[in-house]
Every structure is written in C-alpha cells, then in structure tokens.
Design a protein around this ligand. Structure first.
Ligand SMILES: C[S@@+](CC[C@H](N)C(=O)[O-])C[C@H]1O[C@@H](n2cnc3c(N)ncnc32)[C@H](O)[C@@H]1O
Length: 362
C-alpha cells in the first residue's frame, strides 16, 4: 500500500499553515519528519518504493493531519473509519465506496478519501447535504467527490445511488432530530423527531452493501434519570450570564432552573444541564446562532443500541467520549455529590451481516 500524492500535498499544506500558528515543539518535530517521509514518497513513482504503511505510520500521519481538529470530537470518527478502511481494503476485491449523509464541507469524507485514495473509489463515493453553501465548499476542497444536494431522509434521493461499503453519519442525525421543531409547541416535537431519526437510519442502512458498515458519530443523552436534580456553581458572573443567554435563546426545549444559595448557584435537571454544558463552548461565538437551534442530544447509549438492532446492524465498536471537559470545568463546578460531567459524544461502528439484504431486515 502507498500513501497517495494528495497525502503528500495535504501534509505540505498543513505543515505550511501550522508555521503561522503556535505549535508544540513535538508537533513541529513530528510534522517535519512526516513531511520529509511524504516528500520522499511523492518524488518516487507509486510502485518503486515500498514504505511500510502500518498503524504507526497512520497514527503519525493523522496526528499531524488532524491537528487543526484537536478539540473536535469527530476526529475520533475519522481515526476509527481510517482503521476500518485499512482493514476492509485488505479483504475487499474492489476499491471501497463511501457515502456520507450530511457531509457539510466534506471535512470527514473528503479527508478520509484524500488519505486513502489508493484504497477507496473517490469518483463513485458520494457526499449528500441539503446546505448548498457547505456543499459548494465541499466541491471546491475535494474535487472528484460526487456531491448531491438534498434531504437524505428522502428515500427517493438515495434510491438511485447504489450500495456502499461504508456509510458515514457524523454529527448529522441530531440535526435531523432538531429539524422537528414545532413552533406550535415552542419546542421539538419528540414523536416526530424520533420518527425522522428512524427514517434517516433506515435510509442509511438501505444504502449499505450486505457486509457494509455504518459509522455513526453524534451527541449522546446521558444514562440515568433525566429528571435528577443537580446543583451547579458558576465560576464567575460572566459564566452565569452565559447561562442566562443559553436559557433565553436555546430553542429545542424550554430550560428550567432554580436559583439557590446566592447568584452563582443554580439547581436544574440532568437533562437540562447536559444541554447547557454541551452548548456552553459556543456561547459568545458566531456559531451560537446556529447551535442554539439544535439539540445535540437525542438518544441514550441504550437507545442507540436498540435503534441499530432494529435496522439489523451489528455493533462491533461503541465508544462514548468527551473532549471539552476542561473547558466546562473552567465555567462550572458540580456541587451535587456523585454527579460528574456527562459523556458528550457517541461513536459506533456497525455492519450489516453479509447474508442480510434490506428486504430481510426487521
Ligand atoms: C454539523 S454538520 C456536520 C458535517 C460533516 N458531517 C462533518 O462532520 O464535518 C451537519 C450537516 O448535516 C447536514 N444535514 C442535516 N440534516 C440533513 C438532511 N436531512 N439532509 C441533508 N443534509 C442534512 C447539515 O446541512 C450539515 O451540513
């Protein structure tokens, strides 16, 4: 196996852009070494050198390539799918075809195809999104990837696309859920929202070849009693004001709280706290305007497991993770004993058993 020329070019461009921002000495050293390895590769023809592209190589590659995504949870999804691609490519008799539903600017599918262009069929891989602006950027950044504009929960949109080896749903399903906001109710219509998520999972599973893989990365509703009350203490008045902004402008559900013990301490449910803390990093930023409209939470881990089972998908990896706990701790302390910050994200890799086709699924 050989890393593609696009890998070399991307490493060069990353190494360049990183020169302009503060870097750790280790990251500098790593990117220089990686860059020189890839520079050697790019001066050779693809077939006349045999660089060992083992897990160490790819760990090294991704550490540099994903440095700008250091604080983004979806980095975990890219790493997991990169491993999956390398594993499947060893068994497949064809280049792998990828489909991303809700691909946005292509940071996930585009990055994976760039890195694994020798193992994947870029021309027949597809990104779908209903946001024309994001899709235009995706086309600019990832020439060759087929981009389709439309709503991926609409079965007729996906019907003619064929079947894929890997379908990606990265930070997209919570938006499908949040699209069920009802102005009549003044919050998300949960029944409709759950139906929409179910529809989207059906659409995703229908695009899989027998034996194909679904990679899901998204928000997570914490386990436990959502009505459990907890007390939090803001570190300062600015953090407290940020919470007020959140309560007033967060759209998906009405947030309830009760001031206790002075101006910096409030009591609220685990359900509402999870929503606040996972959106707190956007308060005061430009992204808040869109983030305030979306619930990042829709399913617990158990509900995710049950939904995958309903679609005949066998989970082989499931991780929950948090990347922002340090930032959260800078804003609030949890005063209630035994309660800790929630896991923010869930990452699932699941496959459709080889002998099962869509018509045989439950
Ligand atoms: C948070 S972004 C994630 C983009 C990309 N997956 C990533 O991680 O970089 C979610 C994307 O899903 C798209 N999206 C949400 N619901 C969609 C739907 N029903 N049909 C098509 N696109 C959708 C949005 O337009 C947005 O670009």
């Amino acid at each position: 196996m050989h890393a593609s020329d696009s890998v070399s070019q991307r490493a060069a461009s990353d190494a360049h852009s990183q020169e302009t921002s503060p870097r750790s000495p280790r990251a500098d050293r790593d990117s220089k070494v990686l860059f020189s390895v890839l520079a050697i590769k790019s001066t050779q023809t693809r077939y006349d050198i045999d660089m060992p592209e083992n897990d160490d190589f790819w760990d090294f590659y991704w550490e540099t390539r994903l440095q700008p995504m250091e604080n983004l949870g979806k980095r975990a999804a890219i790493l997991a799918v990169s491993k999956l691609i390398r594993r499947l490519a060893g068994q497949a008799d064809h280049p792998l075809q990828l489909l991303e539903l809700g691909c946005g600017e292509g940071q996930v599918i585009g990055t994976l195809l760039d890195a694994h262009s020798q193992l994947c069929a870029t021309q027949t891989s597809v990104g779908v999104d209903y946001n024309a602006q994001s899709l235009a950027q995706c086309k600019r950044d990832h020439a060759g990837l087929r981009c389709i504009e439309g709503d991926f929960t609409d079965p007729s949109l996906l019907a003619g696309l064929g079947k894929f080896d890997i379908v990606l749903l990265v930070n997209a399903l919570h938006e499908v859920y949040s699209d069920a906001f009802s102005s009549e109710l003044g919050e998300i219509d949960v029944l409709v929202a759950n139906q929409r998520v179910e529809q989207a999972l059906t659409a995703a599973a229908d695009c899989l070849q027998p034996g194909g893989w679904l990679a899901l990365f998204d928000g997570l509703e914490p386990a436990g009693d959502p009505h459990q009350l907890l007390r939090i203490r803001f570190r300062d008045t600015q953090a407290r004001q940020g919470f007020d902004t959140f309560v007033h402008h967060y759209q998906p559900v009405r947030i309830a709280f009760r001031p206790v013990e002075g101006p910096l301490c409030v009591e609220l449910s685990l359900h509402d706290f999870t929503r606040y803390i996972t959106k707190s990093i956007f308060l005061g930023k430009r992204l808040w305007e869109s983030e305030r409209l979306q619930s990042y939470q829709y399913f617990t881990e158990e509900e995710h497991r049950a939904a995958f089972a309903r679609h005949g998908l066998e989970i082989s990896e499931l991780h929950t993770l948090t990347v922002n706990e340090e930032k959260w701790r800078a804003l609030v302390d949890i005063d209630t004993p035994g309660v800790r910050f929630p896991d923010e994200h869930i990452l699932i890799l699941a496959h459709l058993p080889a002998q099962t086709d869509a018509s045989a699924r439950p």
